[in-house]
Each structure stands twice: as structure tokens, then as C-alpha cells.
Design a binder for this molecule. Structure first.
Ligand SMILES: Cc1ncc(COP(=O)(O)O)c(C=O)c1O
Length: 468
């Protein structure tokens, strides 16, 4: 294809393909439709999180085993949704089943520490190069603690945040998460856009928004708010806008700028922490920040989070200047699951397997794209990857906004109807492989992708759209 497929005059046929796939999707899931109707009586919106709802409807699950999940209609899927990046162990991994079952029999909650917490903190210190750790229950809690800590230590209120990063749903970071193109303002002074309703303007005004991959923007923000910035929080590889990697030297440059200004650097490795490698982007780049936030894959499918930091930062917890608390922090069930995940799942062998599968998937997808001459490209890092439906690399959120979202949506639907479960927000999210995935699993993904490529090429040459 010569120019971008997105500019094709017949690209309305992509809308017809989406409609056809949505009809097929609904036809496969009558029991989900019934459960949604029943759920609406007492579950707000008929689901347990707004992110579980996507057009044409939420998928209600029955169970998972190994690399597969099964919906209530009996459909089997290769799970590459990975529970929004948590399920790197796959489902019902024997090591995690054993650890959790054993702990359930011995009690799941005391609100007092148990020995596994010592082993887990030591292992995280070894992996991430940060000496002191605390546990929490979700990524949101971890980034909230990190921001609080930075403010407590510096006595400053402002934080710098990257446009298009998501750090959870607490107020301080709910700014410019996924803003629309007409809201974002000029690139050199992006407008802080509330990421949800219910975010007070006063809180929004404590956030200075900058583009990713631009150290000069960080320098400018620090100069314009001299002695007022407590910290900058960022995903070191952006993973809530497809996948956007940092330029060489970017992370080290912003760390230096922040330190010169007496401010801290927080890496939100909630998504990247174990999916990109055993010590996340921190180890991949060698840039150790002042604080690292972890969650998702850490617990192998059980809810847990962690925050790690330098001795200087974490001393504020040790001496009580900042109270890091939570009824379920470090609960024995989460600690047992975390220990099993770190010691038996996320091992050298586990990562070798993930790398081999990731390479197989990537090269097959590159092959499909080359066959059709599409101006699309594949971005991978560790167990994560996505197809970016445009030719140029995406370096920041404003590039990402230019991608036609329909292709990601159609891809999600075609994978779904072809037995591969992906996160519903097509262009925003990525796939995740697990240690229990095999070659057949990635090959199923590739054949669905080939169907997408063929149908899209067909549509853009003006031929009739496929029916359901
Ligand atoms: C980078 C990042 N940080 C934080 C969070 C929040 O984690 P949780 O949903 O566990 O609160 C997410 C969730 O998707 C995330 O992607």
C-alpha cells in the first residue's frame, strides 16, 4: 500500500468490518448477555469495574487454566489480555496454587507481618537495586504512597507528570491520562486535563504536565516552578498508550535534572516491573530512580503492590515522618503468592521462554505486515507487545493520538472472535505472554492477525466487506 491505509477513501469499510465482528462477538456470547442483564439489578453498570465493559459487551468469565481462559458460554481463548498485565504466571500455575492453598489453610489475614515479607523485600532489593521496601494492595496505592513520600520529604506540593501516563485512580495522578486532542493545549505547556470526573481543580493545579522523551520540557517545568516540585512520576516505558519506549539517555537525563532541583524521580513500574524483565526497566536501562512502584504481575494473580526506595526516601517511613499504612498491607496470602511468583515463576528459565515466544510472535507479525506492505509496525519489550497502526514510531502521547483507533478495535474484535483474548482498548493496551504460553498460542494470534491484514487490505482496495 503506498500511502497510509488510514487515508483511504474506502476506509469506511473498516467500520463495516467492525460492525460485522461485533455481531459475531454477540452471537458467541448469549450467556454473557443474560448475566449482564441480571447484574444490572445490583451491580452498578452491570460489571465490577468500568474497564471490564467494552463494546459490544463485557465478557463474563468462567475459569482459566494455563495459557487459556474460558467464558461463561464455553468459548476458549488464548489469554493475551493477561488481566491488564498481571497474569504473567498464566492461570492456576502449580507453584502459586500450592503456595496460596497452603497459606489459606494457615490463615489469610492477621494485620501483622509474616516471614515471607522479609524474603520478598530482599528479593525486590536484589532485583531493583533499591534497599528498602513496603507492600500495599494495588498499583494505585503504590503510586499514591510514592507521591505522598516525595511531598513529605521535600515539603513541596507540585509533581511533574507525563502526558498520557496512567498511574492509578487517586486524585494526584488523574491528570492528562488519556486526554482528547482538542483538550491538550500547546506542546510546550500542555493543559492539565482531569482524567475523570470528581477531580478537584485544586488538585489538578498541583500537576505540571510534560511530554514524554523531552528532557528540555522537564528542565523548563523545573525552572518555571523553582523549589516547588517534589517529584516527577513516569512510566519508564509508557504502556497506557500502546508501548512508547524512552530514547537513549532520556531517563538518566531527567533523573539528573530532578536531583539538581532537589526533587525525586519515581518510576511507576506497575506494568513494566516484571513483564519487561526480572528487574523491570530499572535494570534494563541501569537508571535507578529514587522510588519504584510495583503491582500487577508481582503477585502472580493475587492482589499485591510494593514500593521500593533509597535509604534516604524510605527513612521517612522508618522514623514515622510518613505513615505508610493499610489493613491488608503485606497480608500473608499476598506474600505467599509473591514469594512463589518471584522464586518459582519469574526465573531465568521463565524469562528465556518468554523471550523465545516473543521473538517468534514478533517475526511472524512482521512477516504478515511485510506481505501486505502495510505501514504498520510491531513494538515489543519482554513479554509485552503491540501493533502500532501507523508507519512512524510513536515517541510521545501526541503521536499516539494520531493513530486511527478503529484498527486497534478491529484487531481486538478479530482476535476475540478467533479465540485470543486481548485487552479491549485496542490501541491503548498491549498483549502479555505468560510462562505457560506455548508456540501454538502465539501461532493462533498470528493467524488472526493475518485475517485482519487480509480483510483490511481487501477493504481498502474497495472490495465488498465480509459479512458475519
Ligand atoms: C502504569 C500503571 N500504574 C498504576 C496502575 C494502577 O494499578 P491498579 O489498577 O492496581 O490500581 C496501572 C493500572 O493499569 C498502571 O498501568
Amino acid at each position: 500500500m503506498s500511502s497510509s491505509v488510514l487515508e483511504s477513501p474506502v476506509s469506511d469499510e473498516v467500520d463495516q468490518l467492525i460492525a460485522a465482528e461485533q455481531r459475531a462477538f454477540l452471537k458467541r456470547q448469549p450467556r454473557s448477555t443474560e448475566l449482564i442483564a441480571a447484574a444490572r439489578e445490583h451491580l452498578a453498570g452491570g460489571a465490577t469495574s468500568n474497564w471490564q465493559i467494552a463494546d459490544p459487551q463485557a465478557v463474563w468469565m468462567s475459569h482459566g487454566a494455563g495459557s487459556k481462559v474460558y467464558d461463561v458460554d464455553g468459548n476458549e481463548y488464548v489469554d493475551m489480555h493477561g488481566g491488564y498485565g498481571a497474569s504473567i504466571a498464566g492461570h492456576a500455575h502449580p507453584a502459586i496454587v500450592a503456595a496460596v492453598s497452603d497459606q489459606v489453610r494457615r490463615g489469610t489475614h492477621f494485620a501483622q507481618p509474616t516471614e515471607d515479607a522479609i524474603w520478598n523485600a530482599g528479593e525486590l532489593a536484589r532485583r531493583f537495586g533499591l534497599p528498602l521496601w513496603r507492600f500495599a494492595n494495588s498499583g494505585t496505592e503504590a503510586t499514591m504512597d510514592a507521591v505522598h513520600l516525595a511531598r513529605a520529604l521535600t515539603g513541596r506540593d507540585l509533581i511533574i507528570k507525563v502526558e498520557g501516563c496512567y498511574h492509578g485512580h487517586h486524585d494526584s495522578v488523574q491528570v492528562s491520562v488519556l486526554p482528547e486532542a482538542d483538550e491538550i493545549g500547546p506542546r510546550d505547556h500542555p493543559t492539565g486535563v482531569p482524567g475523570n470526573s470528581g477531580i478537584p481543580a485544586a488538585i489538578r493545579d498541583l500537576v505540571v504536565v510534560v511530554p514524554f522523551n523531552d528532557p528540555e520540557a522537564v528542565a523548563r517545568a523545573l525552572a518555571e516552578h523553582r523549589d516547588q516540585v517534589a517529584a516527577m512520576i513516569t512510566e519508564p516505558v509508557m504502556m497506557n498508550a500502546g508501548i512508547i519506549k524512552p530514547d537513549d539517555g532520556y531517563l538518566a537525563a531527567i533523573r539528573d535534572l530532578l536531583h539538581q532541583a532537589g526533587a525525586y524521580l519515581i518510576f511507576d513500574e506497575v506494568k513494566t516491573g516484571f513483564t519487561t524483565g526480572p528487574g523491570g526497566v530499572t535494570v534494563l536501562t541501569g537508571v535507578v530512580p529514587d522510588m519504584v512502584c510495583l503491582a500487577k504481575a508481582l503477585g502472580g494473580g493475587i492482589s499485591v503492590a510494593a514500593i521500593g526506595g533509597t535509604t534516604e526516601v524510605m527513612s521517612a517511613i522508618g522514623d514515622g515522618r510518613y505513615e505508610q499504612v493499610g489493613t491488608f498491607n503485606g497480608n500473608p496470602l499476598a506474600m505467599a503468592a509473591t514469594r512463589a511468583t518471584l522464586s518459582e515463576v519469574l526465573t531465568g528459565d521463565g524469562y528465556r521462554h518468554l523471550d523465545e515466544l516473543g521473538a517468534r510472535l514478533r517475526s511472524a507479525l512482521d512477516g504478515v505486515i511485510a506481505t501486505h506492505g502495510f505501514e504498520w509496525h510491531v513494538v515489543t519489550i519482554g513479554a509485552k507487545g503491540c501493533v502500532t497502526f501507523r508507519a512512524d514510531p510513536v515517541r510521545e502521547f501526541r503521536d499516539f493520538l494520531q493513530i486511527d483507533a478503529r484498527y486497534g478495535n478491529l484487531h481486538w474484535l478479530m482476535q476475540h472472535n478467533g479465540g485470543v483474548f486481548l485487552p479491549p482498548w485496542g490501541k491503548v493496551e498491549q498483549w502479555l505472554l505468560s510462562v505457560q504460553h506455548g508456540r501454538d498460542d502465539v501461532d493462533r494470534f498470528v493467524s488472526n492477525f493475518a485475517r485482519l491484514a487480509a480483510a483490511t487490505a481487501h477493504a481498502t482496495t474497495g472490495a465488498a466487506a465480509v459479512g458475519d
